[in-house]
Design a protein around this ligand. Structure first.
Ligand code: DGJ
Length: 466
């Protein structure tokens, strides 16, 4: 049966007028939607900011931390070289990164100040100052340089104490072969305890290297990096996850160890490729609801993976999400503020410093969005090199919502045991300055800023808090 067209065929003119007016309707609705979205975002944003103000984010003391501090480092004059040397190796260090990596650089003391300029913990503690000096040698309460590289910090509610775990690298640096990365044999995982995040007592090596058994993951000839510890409320155990590898980084495994006490000793359980994938730089993150996650660089470091741990935190589950595919990021450090997940990562350039990026997500399993470089102050090259350091952990500052300590390593590939710590204030607040991909350029998340300071302190006296 033929259905008769009830409507008169429109004239060419009528057709144009009709489509033009519907186009206008569509356009105006779009404009309306965009204005609405913009107003909503603004209102939402102001609301968040008001809440943050209310919670003390912009406390006058915190403003000190947000001061932009410039650095003016002069390149040293070119060194005199014999014509033979010039012919052999015509290129001299030309950038600050070259100078940073050059053991004989005239400005090495700027990046790795000697013992003489190190802080005297007892003196500063006496003043109740608790100053951090990024890049200077940090001594424990026995007066020895802290060995907790690539580390993470656990706040233990039960003992109201902070524990700092990291790579104990107090051995000679060497290259296993010509093309191999600089390395130190595994000594173990160092642990330090503190009530104020500033004076650290050495609690010893809580997971030690294996001296004899060459087939053991922890044999000294292997690699143990980036250990992190979380507490499992259900089992009452402290669980450590770490990167385990061979000298050439081809095994790409995670290792798991467990202890009844934060100060160990930790029992090493096993290693594996999580979800069947390569795992190199990694971290773990315990969410407010007690669910913990493993985050690791995978697929030749071209992407990161994230997946929940099981109930006892001793293994991963089968769930896994890819993130930042093709972005080649490592050294993940995850944290949460106001229901949003944030993560700082570095690029992949071995021990050499590179630019940090911050990423954000509404749901921890993604999608994750890249927001840009969080570094503020110093100078351009400081910002492009994460202040000559690499992320390892982000620690919330108690009683100051939105403020954190960015914990990073300034690696010294010529002498890895002399790598330094760069701890700086990290503040979440204000509008993100880089529009994100899927929100039409409207700021969706707050900005994450890491402020450079030669010297800074937490804006309250710890003795008043504990
Ligand atoms: C960069 C990683 O972040 C470090 O943990 C370490 O594995 C070095 N590469 C080794 O070159």
């Amino acid at each position: 049966m033929r259905i008769k067209n009830k409507y008169k065929k429109p004239t060419a003119l009528g057709c144009n007028a009709g489509s033009r007016s519907s186009l206008a309707v569509v356009l105006w609705s779009l404009v309306g939607c965009l204005i609405f979205l913009h107003l909503f975002t603004l209102v939402h944003h102001t609301d968040v900011q008001n809440k943050e103000m209310h919670m003390g984010i912009h406390h006058p003391l915190l403003l000190q931390l947000e001061e932009v501090e410039e650095e003016n480092i002069q390149m040293p004059p070119p060194r005199k070289r014999s014509p033979r040397a010039v012919k052999r190796k015509p290129k001299r260090p030309t950038t600050l990164i070259d100078e940073f990596l050059d053991e004989s650089s005239q400005i090495r003391h700027i990046f790795f100040p000697g013992m003489k300029t190190a802080i005297d913990p007892m003196k500063d503690a006496g003043n109740n100052s608790f100053y951090y000096y990024p890049g200077k040698i940090w001594l424990d309460t026995d007066g020895n340089p802290i060995q907790a590289h690539g580390g993470g910090i656990l706040y233990d509610d039960r003992s109201r104490t902070y524990y700092w775990y990291g790579e104990y690298k107090d051995g000679p640096t060497y290259h296993a072969h010509k093309k191999g990365a600089a390395r130190v044999d595994i000594i173990g995982v160092g642990c330090y305890s503190s009530k104020d995040l500033w004076t650290w007592k050495n609690e010893g090596i809580v997971l030690a290297a294996e001296e004899k058994n060459e087939t053991h993951d922890l044999h000294k000839s292997n690699v143990l990096e980036r250990p992190k510890v979380i507490y499992n409320d259900k089992t009452g155990k402290y669980v450590m996850w770490m990167h385990i590898d061979d000298v050439n980084y081809t095994k790409a495994l995670v290792g798991v160890a467990v202890s009844d006490y934060p100060t160990g000793p930790f029992d090493y359980l096993y290693s594996k490729r999580p979800h069947g994938f390569e795992s190199r730089d990694m971290t773990i993150f315990k969410d407010d609801n007690g669910v913990a996650y493993l985050i690791y660089s995978s697929e030749d470091n071209s992407e990161l993976h994230i997946g929940p741990l099981n109930g006892d935190y001793l293994d991963v589950t089968s769930e896994v999400s890819r993130m930042l595919a093709g972005q080649h990021r490592e050294a993940p450090a995850l944290f949460k503020h106001g229901g949003t997940y944030y993560m700082i990562t570095s690029g992949c350039t071995g021990w050499a410093p590179n630019e940090a990026l911050v990423h954000a997500a509404e749901s921890i399993l993604g999608p994750w969005e890249t927001m840009g470089n969080p570094c503020i102050g110093g100078n351009k090259i400081f910002r492009q090199t994460t202040f000559f350091a690499q992320s390892t952990f982000v620690l919330p500052l108690p009683n100051l919502p939105g403020s954190f300590i960015f914990v990073a390593d300034r690696w010294n590939p010529a002498d890895l045991r002399d790598s330094r710590y760069v701890w700086l204030p990290l503040i979440v607040g204000g509008a993100a300055d880089q529009p994100l991909e899927y929100n039409f350029g409207f700021p969706l998340w707050s900005r994450v800023s890491i402020y450079w300071h030669k010297r800074w302190r937490v804006p309250y006296r710890w003795s008043d808090k504990y």
